[in-house]
Design a protein around this ligand. Structure first.
Ligand SMILES: [Zn+2]
Ligand SMILES: [Zn+2]
Length: 313
């Protein structure tokens, strides 16, 4: 389907003067491709998504303007499958899987920070380590209003709402178009991500990362460790993968377990003032007489602490 697209990265001649012939040809080829795949190939005022480094496919431009942008700022290097211009991208299944991943990561993130009680506060009296402070920076950034003066929605909250709304509903392209429209309506200096790709990046920056492990749909086993290459469940014999209509690779798993590393999760929990208080409750032994609470002051628990890593916190 796609011929060599390495020209995308070779705009300027080695030595720094002028554009390479390769790039020239490549841009011509791209523009012809985009035109012929559009719904109105003969329209002189045809608008297409501009894949230049400034518009990043989030803005529509006239073809001559796209050409100018591509020479002026370069072609978006990551854009090698021209899905905004009629080229078939990853299968729908993969796209949907990807979408669910973003959503799940987001859910886990919200879960890990205690349902969104994360303010600009930082519970630690010590300087947070580098990883933690990058994470907190990112959290603070997405905590800014979606546009100046909006007290109801932070960027984070608005994007969550959008992801919720979008779950399994529309294609990447439709989602991008919605963002484009909203971005146009919102006041200047809004913080709406440009496109779905940017949403994904934002979620990734906040996420804790997790491991995906395929599972038997009937919950008999995980395809893990010594069983990681099996294609059928050892017990009920059910296929690990969904049957697909097109012959060849059927690699869409029937069930996936997303495993969230406990250390990462604990680190995040201790970063939030509110959740950190819950986490330390046991150690701090705030026990009010006469109120039914966790027996944190009991002898057994004191003994437990002595033996356990918890006493370090
Ligand atoms: Zn552009
Ligand atoms: Zn099974």
């Amino acid at each position: 389907m796609s011929p060599d697209r390495s020209w995308i990265t070779k705009r300027i001649k080695p030595g720094g003067y002028g554009f390479t012939d390769e790039y020239n040809e490549g841009v011509k080829y791209f523009l012809a491709f985009a035109r012929s795949n559009s719904s109105k190939p003969n329209d002189p005022n045809l608008l297409i998504n501009c894949p230049c480094n400034t518009c990043r496919n989030a803005l529509y431009q006239l073809i001559p303007d796209v050409e100018f942008h591509l020479f002026a700022t370069g072609f978006l290097e990551s854009y090698t499958i021209w899905s905004f211009h009629g080229e078939a991208s990853a299968s729908r299944n993969e796209q949907m899987d990807d979408r669910e991943d973003v959503f799940d990561e987001y859910e886990m993130f919200m879960d890990a920070i205690g349902g969104g009680a994360f303010g600009a506060e930082n519970s630690s009296h010590e300087d947070p380590n580098e990883q933690a402070s990058t994470f907190l920076d990112n959290v603070n950034k997405v905590g800014e209003p979606i546009y100046p003066g909006n007290l109801k929605y932070s960027q984070l909250k608005f994007v969550t709402k959008l992801l919720h709304w979008n779950r399994n509903k529309c294609s990447d392209k439709a989602f991008d178009e919605l963002l484009l429209l909203l971005g146009d309506v919102f006041p200047d200096k809004h913080k709406l991500p440009l496109n779905y790709y940017a949403v994904k990046k934002m979620v990734k920056r906040l996420s804790l990362g997790y491991e995906k492990i395929h599972a038997c749909e009937n919950d008999c086993m995980l395809f893990y460790g010594g069983d990681k290459d099996l294609r059928n469940c050892k017990y009920c014999k059910l296929s690990r993968y969904k049957a697909t209509t097109n012959a060849g690779n059927n690699t869409v798993p029937r069930k996936v377990l997303r495993h969230f590393k406990i250390t990462d999760r604990l680190q995040r929990l201790y970063m939030s003032t509110r959740t950190a208080a819950h986490m330390k409750y046991h150690k701090n032994r705030i026990v009010t007489e006469g109120i039914l609470t966790h027996p944190a002051d009991g002898e057994e628990w004191k003994e437990f602490d002595k033996n356990l890593i918890l006493s370090r916190f």
